[in-house]
Design a protein around this ligand. Sequence first.
Ligand code: GDP
Length: 453
Amino acid sequence: MLQFLRLLGIGGIGIIRMSGDKCFEILEKIFKPIKQENIENIKGYTMKYGHIVENEKIVDEVLVSYFKKPKSYTTENMCEINSHGGNVIVRKILEICLKNGAELAEPGEFTKRAFLNGRIDLLQAESVIDVINAKSEREAQTGIQQLEGALSKKINEIKNHIMEVMVNIEVSIDYPEYDVEEVTNQQIKEMISYVEKNLIQLEKTFDNGKIIREGIKIAIIGKPNAGKSSLLNAILQEDRAIVTEYEGTTRDTIEEFINLNGIPLKLIDTAGIREAKDEVEKIGIAKSKEIAKSADLVIAIIDATKNLTGEDLEILNFIKNKKSIILLNKMDLKCKINEEDEILKKYSNNILKISALNQKGLENLYNMITKMFNLNEINLDNEVIITNLRHKNLISKAIEATKTTKKSIEDNMTLDIISINIKYILEQLGNITGEFVSEEIINEIFARFCLGK
Ligand code: GDP
């Protein structure tokens, strides 16, 4: 059995981890505790003080933690040498370990072993990366929840539900002579509906997961003087963007974050979209288009005191097939366009009147955004959330498989064919938790880990 070890970070303390059958044997050769004790008598989860020595020379003063199998991170015998920090000492100790029979660990090696030795499933192992890479407390919380097995439990619950019916189907197929209770199409249908409903619910949480991680990117587009900067200012309630009565002042983009129900909204005010008159504006238009494309929500703002122009329509074309809101601005003045305008309705179902200048109608705008993204439903405390794209894709595949299964029942296919389709659902779910997953995928997942974890 190979030994693995790694150093973690540079700081006041350096940690070198070792895992594997020979870990205590190697440790004994290099570590002299102040109070000598036989390894058999040292309990797991204890620490000993002493020195790392090489050729009877003290290399460093250290504390060593002992973890005895199976109660360790990897389920193998493990130790962690806490030395003084900094590259020189840590590297020296690492070198001594290697000389005495240890081998360098790959990134994610420790967690991979925890998975291969069956302490955690693949899903939990992957959440370790999420916790380490989390950019916000909310995200870390979701990672921890997954590490604790909340999502695994949910997936297993769905799997067990399928298995209950599957066992009966298998018996009916393999031993038709036995008098097993016949599995009715109705039973299978009910099971599939339950599975499909639960999987769709899980799949939906991915969008929430993305919102929690990245927030909602909102592009504000509109022709010059429609009131983009005024809207941004009204939302931010401060004069960050420059408002002027001359056309085309917002040449580049302005980005601001605000919080709506604890969800970050990233607002991007783009340059006015119109026929390019000079290079700077050409860039501005291209940028508007690009930002509208990558935004989760596009707000098109229109000066309602004027009739719709070709320019307005050009802008409205950017919101087609996107989540969008049309704001009819300057409602404090006499308006020529209203929410009932048939042309506008062709571009978006969400049309609101506002006055950016007087900060009127903003509450309606917030309510609309909240509704469009179900922000009120995002409840991190109780919900199991999908945050990993690999899981999301497998869940989508499983949902597809439930649909195929349903169809095979409706088409009166034989039980064997139905059971093949059901097995495919199980396979996708098994790929999430890592039961059926290939070595290649496992290696790819763990390669994304940092060293020492
Ligand atoms: P942008 O070019 O789209 O960023 O437009 P601005 O925000 O710079 O606004 C252009 C002009 O319209 C400014 O003089 C604003 O004061 C004015 N304006 C913006 N919103 C309103 C509004 O709701 N009512 C009125 N009366 N004027 C507004």
